[in-house]
Design a protein around this ligand. Structure first.
Ligand code: PRP
Length: 179
């Protein structure tokens, strides 16, 4: 275990098992169709890659970089697109892949923006969900794990860009971010 990790919250094996289950559900959902699966960079990269390798459905991939920020009030939050999709999603079955939903602001805004492009369907899958932190109403169609409000890193998730390549989801030691 990494020296700055307090405890492992979700092991590599637990992640792999859950991904197999989710991939099977998505294969049933998209049977006979070819969804466009969108990785919301950077945090989702591990989940995206592992999930797609377990799916048997023929898919296409695209990537987005967004950030949601505001001046304190929820209603003033704005979504900045730092890298947009390269593909046209009109009439496509789109699956957004996220690593974590926290306040929900990012996906709330992103969903609104992408729905305006008139996809045939738009679903959200997230590896982790922290429902206690929600500020806006957004519910993913598929969730890997519902977790408590703890500072998690690993398997794509960072603290100051570090820890993304840990193979598990761990709780970061308080001393790391409180110093
Ligand atoms: C994280 C995560 C979500 C968002 C969730 O991304 O990947 O996109 O924050 O938070 P919210 O529900 O409160 O909006 P981040 O902006 O940290 O970028 P990263 O994926 O590159 O680490």
């Amino acid at each position: 275990m990494h020296e700055n990790v307090e405890k492992i919250m979700i092991t590599e094996a637990q992640i792999a098992k859950r991904i197999e289950e989710l991939a099977a559900q998505l294969d049933r959902l998209y049977e006979g169709r070819k969804p466009l699966v969108v990785c919301i960079l950077k945090g989702s990269v591990m989940f995206f890659a592992d999930l797609l390798r377990q799916m048997k459905t023929s898919v296409e991939m695209d990537f987005m970089v967004v950030s949601s920020y505001g001046n304190g009030t929820v209603s003033s939050r704005e979504l900045t697109i730092k890298k947009d999709l390269t593909m046209d999603i009109f009439d496509r079955d789109v699956l957004l892949v996220e690593d974590i939903i926290d306040s929900g602001n990012t996906l709330y805004q992103l969903k609104k923006l992408l729905n305006a492009r008139r996809p045939a369907s738009l679903n959200i899958i997230t590896l982790l969900d922290k429902p206690q932190r929600r500020e806006v109403p957004i519910e993913p169609e598929y969730t890997g794990f519902v977790i408590e409000d703890e500072f998690v890193v690993g398997y794509g998730l960072d603290y100051a860009e570090e820890y993304r390549n840990l193979p598990y989801v761990g709780v970061l030691k308080r001393s790391v971010y409180e110093k």
